[in-house]
Write a protein that binds this ligand. Structure first.
Ligand code: NAD
Length: 251
């Protein structure tokens, strides 16, 4: 049986946990080689171990997406490992509580929380994207998927920096898709709803059942359900899809 990503090399950030790890496993299942990057190298190595246990091929790379030199080195390491870069999933991100700003109203946000979150969730995606595109244009094409959120499409209280960062990822995706379409590079985004990952454990603890009242399907999604959409957008089956921001959110 042939996989949707047979013979393709892929780079995934935030691959040590949650959606990134699920995507890494799904990419391998569909025939790709995976460079699993995370600022937590042990977590990336655990993802690689899970891939190797499935008989797949992967390398772990330490990279903090707030450091441009580390991002450049990450892309170079992925290219070095697999001889090129066909797909990239720019997924590393943090939630407001990780910068001590969960539930903080817009006017009360500390500048350091605002800048810290934007530097990871928005600037991190941009740093990765530009180094990846430089490589992909040398090869004559490629596919990039960025992780936005449903909060890149609608507002939410007590999360201004996060909502702003994810709206900006949607805008960046649309702009980059136009810029690089003539170079045969597709750029799309996935917009997950509430997904069961370590990131949402804290939110679920704080908001409980109230969270599900906003979801027509009345459940959280699984990281594997986001990975399915990302695999498809990276595959040649999505050859005419660029600049799209795909909601995977239970309605
Ligand atoms: P997670 O916390 O399980 O995983 C995030 C991973 O990113 C971690 O392994 C972490 O080490 C890594 N990371 C964080 N900052 C980094 C940095 N500066 N450099 C490199 N790696 C870094 O979270 P998740 O739920 O899998 O989230 C993945 C992405 O999905 C994020 O961009 C998040 O905003 C987005 N998202 C998640 C949900 C959800 O409900 N879980 C919903 C919408 C969007």
């Amino acid at each position: 049986m042939t996989g949707m990503l047979d013979g393709k090399s892929a780079l995934i950030t935030g691959a040590g946990s949650g959606i990134g790890r699920a995507a890494a496993l799904a990419f391998v299942r569909e025939g790709a080689w995976v460079a699993a990057a995370d600022r937590n190298l042990d977590a990336a190595k655990a993802t690689v171990a899970a891939i190797e246990a499935m008989g797949g091929e992967a390398v772990a790379i330490a990279c903090d997406v707030t450091d441009d030199a580390q991002v450049a080195a990450m892309v170079a390491a992925a290219v070095n490992a697999f001889g090129g870069l066909d797909c990239a999933f720019n997924n590393a991100g943090v939630a407001p509580y990780q910068l001590n700003s969960a539930g903080v109203l817009t006017a009360d946000l500390e500048e350091a929380s605002w800048l810290g979150l934007i530097d990871i969730n928005l600037h991190g995606v941009w740093r990765c994207l530009r180094h990846e595109v430089v490589q992909m244009r040398k090869q004559g094409g490629g596919a990039v998927v960025n992780t936005a959120s449903i909060l890149g499409l609608i507002g939410s209280g007590g999360a201004a920096a996060y909502v702003a960062s994810k709206h900006a990822v949607v805008g960046l995706t649309k702009a980059a898709a136009i810029d690089h379409a003539p170079e045969n590079i597709r750029v799309n985004a996935v917009c997950p709803g509430y997904i069961e990952t370590p990131m949402t454990e804290e939110t679920v603890r704080r908001r409980g059942e109230a969270l599900m009242a906003r979801v027509p399907m009345a459940r959280m999604g699984r990281p594997e359900e986001i990975a399915e959409a990302v695999v498809w957008m990276c595959s040649d089956r999505a050859g005419f899809v660029t600049g799209s921001c795909w909601q995977v959110d239970g309605g």
